[in-house]
Write a protein that binds this ligand. Structure first.
Ligand SMILES: Cc1cc2nc3c(=O)[nH]c(=O)nc-3n(C[C@H](O)[C@H](O)[C@H](O)COP(=O)(O)O)c2cc1C
Length: 177
């Protein structure tokens, strides 16, 4: 599939088939996430893949109720974290730029976007979710203290083909000098 098609046709999926996702496809998603650029190639994102029914249900209970509903059939949930205080930081722990600790989240976003585009390429759908009980997920997955959860992503075969939510026109978001 060509890149244009992936970029334009990927949508957030809020209705999944319960069909399992092949482990090779999950590994390919993470491999593609790893190809993203990152601050000094620091690669601070980590991925916790949940496909066991028991743990998936426990994680689902940590999501906002509308997200629980949207991902109720998603067979896989991926929790993405960053190892804190590396990307965007100097060796002495001070911030490298005016964005302070922002670059670690920037890096994670680039990786998660690669993951979502690859998912579309493989016939899978994704839903990035930003609202969840971070403490509960941290404890369920035993996430180390030096990592912070950034995104929870539902993954599975889509059961719908959503329309694209309207985008701003290019001339509304660009200035040339
Ligand atoms: C950081 C982030 C957090 C999001 N959180 C949620 C969420 O909690 N629930 C949800 O249904 N969609 C969530 N979305 C999906 C957006 O609503 C969606 O990307 C946007 O409406 C554009 O639609 P599209 O992805 O189909 O192009 C999130 C997206 C991003 C990037």
């Amino acid at each position: 599939m060509d890149l244009e098609e992936c970029i334009n046709k990927r949508r957030s999926i809020r209705n999944f088939q319960s069909k399992a996702v092949e482990k090779e496809k999950i590994l390919k998603l993470i491999e593609s996430a790893q190809m993203a650029p990152s601050w000094k190639n620091s690669q601070v994102s980590r991925f916790f893949v949940i496909s066991s029914e028991k743990v998936r249900k426990e994680i689902a209970n940590c999501l906002a109720s509308f997200n629980q509903e949207n991902t109720k059939n998603a067979p896989v949930i991926i929790v993405s974290t960053v190892v804190k205080n590396i990307s965007g930081f100097e060796k002495d722990g001070s911030y490298s730029t005016h964005l302070k600790d922002g670059f670690q989240y920037f890096d994670n976003g680039l990786q998660v976007q690669n993951l979502c585009l690859e998912a579309y390429n493989l016939g899978l759908g994704t839903l990035i979710m930003g609202i969840y009980d971070e403490e509960k997920i941290r404890s369920l997955l035993n996430i180390p203290k030096d990592q912070e959860i950034v995104a929870v992503i539902g993954v599975g075969y889509p059961n719908i083909e959503p329309k694209m939510p309207k985008r701003l026109e290019v001339d509304e978001v660009v200035k040339f000098f």
